[in-house]
Design a protein around this ligand. Structure first.
Ligand code: AMP
Length: 248
């Protein structure tokens, strides 16, 4: 890359996104978003990452991208993704360490940790770095609503944009608004896979609600509301938590 392109890229990274919240604090914000599949964690994490000018770190997206690219990681995780089972803890925590924690910036962890083992690995990792989380947001949603939301998910086979048959339909049936490629049902959105993901969530991930509550880090958001209302509640909550840095 030529020098000015380099400088431009640096400036772009350093400049806060338009509309980003300005916080008088030393460390960049670090949040975990927790909740069942379908709770809208990903949508909210993407919006909050822009608002707080930090990385949106979704392990699901990292794994899906790797699988689509056919990398070694992708070949390893593909069967897990397609069946709704969890990728093993050690591999998942290593990917998060390399792609997120090592960067040393702020982040919203979306879909990680998902087991007590991953939560312990994250806690140990942060402690080694002398860091701590600003909070864990629990997006609360019933199974019935989760199934309704998840089974309608579509993804563009060309650019990867996400849609939903009911909540975010494309303008033309099964065709991407952006690139015109065909939409397909996300491989993890078939009803049996959705049920399997919910069962895995209850067994493996729900214990984290108590884990983080016991550590004084858990905050609840009602995820059954419309996305814009959930966004307002989440934004206000994160600002409060971010401004109380050091109070905990
Ligand atoms: P998501 O998009 O967050 O629902 O993740 C999709 C799939 O990626 C999951 O069903 C798992 O197979 C895998 N995955 C994502 N995050 C994790 C994690 N923290 N631990 C293990 N597997 C994960």
């Amino acid at each position: 890359m030529p020098a000015d392109a380099d400088a431009a890229a640096d400036a772009e990274q350093a400049a806060p996104a338009p509309g980003a919240v300005r916080l008088e604090r030393n460390a960049p914000v670090k949040f975990v978003f927790l909740g069942p599949p379908g709770a809208g964690k990903g949508t909210q994490a993407a919006r909050m990452a822009v608002r707080f000018n930090v990385q949106h770190a979704s392990t699901g997206d990292m794994f899906r991208k790797a699988a689509a690219a056919g990398s070694e990681l992708g070949r390893t995780v593909k069967d897990y993704l397609d069946s709704g089972r969890l990728v093993p803890d050690e591999l998942t925590s290593r990917v998060v360490e390399e792609l997120v924690l090592d960067a040393g910036d702020g982040y919203i962890l979306d879909g990680y940790p998902r087991t007590l083992g991953q939560a312990e690995a994250l806690a140990a990792n942060l402690e080694r770095r002398g860091l701590r989380l600003d909070g864990v947001v629990y997006f609360d949603l019933s199974d019935q609503e989760a199934v309704r939301r998840l089974t309608g998910r579509l993804v563009c086979s060309g650019c990867g944009r996400n849609y939903h048959r009911e909540f975010m339909p494309p303008k033309a049936t099964d065709v991407c608004d952006d690139c015109g490629a065909a939409l397909r049902v996300r491989s993890d959105s078939a009803e049996d896979v959705v049920r399997q993901r919910l069962a895995v969530y209850h067994e493996m991930t729900e214990p984290l609600v108590r884990y983080y509550r016991d550590r004084g880090l858990l905050e609840n958001v009602d995820a059954s509301a419309a996305p814009d209302d959930v966004e307002r509640a989440t934004g206000a909550l994160l600002e409060r938590l971010a401004r109380s840095e050091g109070d905990r």
